[in-house]
Write a protein that binds this ligand. Sequence first.
Ligand SMILES: C[S@@+](CC[C@H](N)C(=O)[O-])C[C@H]1O[C@@H](n2cnc3c(N)ncnc32)[C@H](O)[C@@H]1O
Length: 298
Amino acid sequence: MISEKLGKFELNKAYSGDCIELTKKLPSDSIDLIVTSPPYADTVSYGNKVKVFNPDDYVDWFLDLSKQTHRVLKPSGSFILNINDKAKNGERSTYVFELVYKIAKETGLKLFDRYIWYKKSALPMTGEKRLNDRVEYIFHFVKDSKKFKTYTDRIREPYKEISLKRFKNKVHGNDIVLPDGTTKLSQRGSSKPHPLGTKPTTVFRFDTCSALRGLEHPAPFHPQLPAFFVNWLTDEKDVVLDPFIGGGTVAEVCMKMNRNFIGFDINKKYVEITEKRLKKTFSESSKKTSIKKVTDFC
Ligand SMILES: C[S@@+](CC[C@H](N)C(=O)[O-])C[C@H]1O[C@@H](n2cnc3c(N)ncnc32)[C@H](O)[C@@H]1O
């Protein structure tokens, strides 16, 4: 592993401690991508000494981290936040909406987009009225909405048969609204399919993943989630930060994709698990291979 430094930190290492305090020690404009899944409000315990925030306290706590996020990100960088809320006593909590609103209004970060992670499998909801919940949110913030970088050609996918037929038959795009308020079908004109495929949608359906089995952490990332964003938003050798590294998924993805990482976790045990996972995954020979395809992660 490379042992370059970023401020006081060695790259490609996980550190134990509070992520707000540790992020304060990172230099400004030094991180290319932050991709993370924090502990959600009112959910699983990550050990006796780790505070579980209730939705009322969560927003102020997370805003402090978001201000640091804004400071450490490069203008070309992105901050990807996977988070979810919970229904309790007959009401779904609104803290995620409040948080996203305040991040966008109070920290300098801009909300570029919101994505949905549709989970192919999830436990059924109890109770008669509530429908089965299969989604989590992914928010994409940027420091500079003009300068942030993307490599969209890397994530293009094959067109569906029906889309190709539409191009061929010049089937309409959007309806045109006429002055009297009625609509007419527009023609696609001369547009052609992109030679590298279509852009993915804002709904992600990651594969069911054997990589998630047997990890010693209660809520690991699906590796395809960070892998997708690392591939789309960074170059090789860029620095990726996960302030809640947990069992080390982002670290492993970065090493496999030839990116540098820094990880923080308040629970020392998880930092040890991350180190163990990295050692296991990277025998000397496998260090040399660089994975580029997101689907190689499961
Ligand atoms: C949802 S888990 C992250 C899982 C991780 N994405 C993975 O793939 O394993 C959230 C993590 O945040 C850690 N954590 C909670 N409070 C923290 C804090 N103040 N600073 C740093 N880490 C914290 C927990 O110990 C837990 O491992």
